[in-house]
Every structure is written in C-alpha cells, then in structure tokens.
Design a binder for this molecule. Sequence first.
Ligand SMILES: C[S@@+](CC[C@H](N)C(=O)[O-])C[C@H]1O[C@@H](n2cnc3c(N)ncnc32)[C@H](O)[C@@H]1O
Length: 247
Amino acid sequence: MSLADHWIENHKRDSWRRQAKASGYRSRSAFKLKQIQERFNLISKGDVILDVGCHPGGWAQVATELVGTDGWVIGVDLEACQRVEGAVLMVGDITEPHVQQRVLLELNDRPLNSIISDISPNITGKWDMDQAIAMNLVSLVFDFSLPLLTKGGSFVTKLFQGVGVEELIEVIRPFFYDVRRYSPHASRNSSSEVYLICINFMPWKFRKVSVLKKYEAALNLKLSGDDIAEAPDIITSSFSMRKKKGE
Ligand SMILES: C[S@@+](CC[C@H](N)C(=O)[O-])C[C@H]1O[C@@H](n2cnc3c(N)ncnc32)[C@H](O)[C@@H]1O
C-alpha cells in the first residue's frame, strides 16, 4: 500500500471517529451496526440481543435504540463498559463456561432474536496466527449462542479475511435461510475486515452440531485432504482465548 493510500485510510478512519464523537456514540463501530441495520433490517422493537465483544459499548448503544424500551441487550466483553441504558453489560470471556452461565441466567429461558458479534481477539501482530485465533473465537461464539437463537433470528459477526472463511461459511450456511458477506462503509477502510450476515435461523437444521468441530474438520480437509463427512457432531471444546493484560 502506498503512502497516499495510508493517508486516505487514516483520514476516513478519523472521519468516522469524529462522527462517533459528535453523535454521542462511544465507537466508530457504532456506524457499522447502523449501516448493517439499514441494509438488512435485522433488529426490531422488543428484541432480545446478545452483543459479543461489546466494549466500549457503541453497538450496545445502537442496539438499545433499535430494540426500544420493550427490548433488551445483553453484552459481554473482557473489558468493563460504562453503563448503557437498556443493556446489561457483563465483564468476562465469552468462551468461559462460567461467563456463558451468567448469560443464560440473565436470559432466564428467553430466546435471542439476534446475536451481534464485533469480537476481535487481542492482536499478537502475527497476522496468520491472529486471523486463525479470530476464526476459532467466532466458531466458539456460534457454538455457545446458536442454541439460544430463536427461529427466524439473525447472527452478525465480524470476520478477518483469510484462511478458513469459506469453510466457516459453508458450515453455517445450512442453518440459515441466507448467509452473506457485507462491508459497511464505516469499515471499508479496513481491507481485512468483513461482516458475516446470517439471516433467518432454522433451528431444526442445527441440532447437536458443533460449528467449531465442523469448521476444524473442513479446514483439515482443505489443508490435508481429510473428509468433512467424518466431522463429529458433538459440542465440546477445550479452546480458550488468551486474555488481555491485567485480566
Ligand atoms: C472492536 S471491539 C468491539 C467494539 C464494540 N462493538 C463497540 O461498538 O463498542 C472488540 C472487542 O472484543 C472483545 N473480546 C475479545 N475477545 C473476547 C472474549 N473472548 N470474550 C469477550 N470479549 C472479547 C475485546 O475486548 C474488544 O473490546
């Protein structure tokens, strides 16, 4: 990338940051969710939403506006967020069973209408490794949250372009009426980032499927020629994310 391209990228990023500040949103990411909503209309008044990787709370702000006073947003992040009216924002690692348990307690058997995940793992700087960790993390979020999603519900997640994206899409495609990639204007300055928009969940197609295991099997098939048809269907994983300093 040339110096001029870098300048344009930084300029666009700053412009979204300035807009976020002026509008009262805590992150420029807030505009990404707004643009996703404008395009796909996934969130409605009264919905129950799980916001994964919610710090500093920009998506939670947008989501609470969209669900209104009858709706409800539950957020989880490794870092503590300032309060957002209409949201319960928890601190914890979404891949940890005790954190998942807290989400379940909070839901108290109410199904989710949407899962919105802007999760990004702590960056090590080694692109291949970071991208692979991000793909595993997204698979784990699918495994935890899809059983909680209601019929017709939606799942939005950030992905980083690279190895495994096609394989993950093929694993989850059968569970939704439509799965597509989308780059909101607010993230078009980041060439590696894309959002996966999964629309109209069909729970009867999902039963007892581990997205992580299927994804790993599909990746192995690509890399070494294993057979995806032999992928196990049981949900369990020992994968856990590295926490940020001070956690
Ligand atoms: C891009 S930020 C999210 C921005 C947010 N959507 C907003 O609009 O304010 C990604 C977040 O993912 C969180 N994260 C990374 N790994 C996580 C994990 N295992 N569990 C929960 N949150 C995680 C990070 O702490 C970080 O705050």
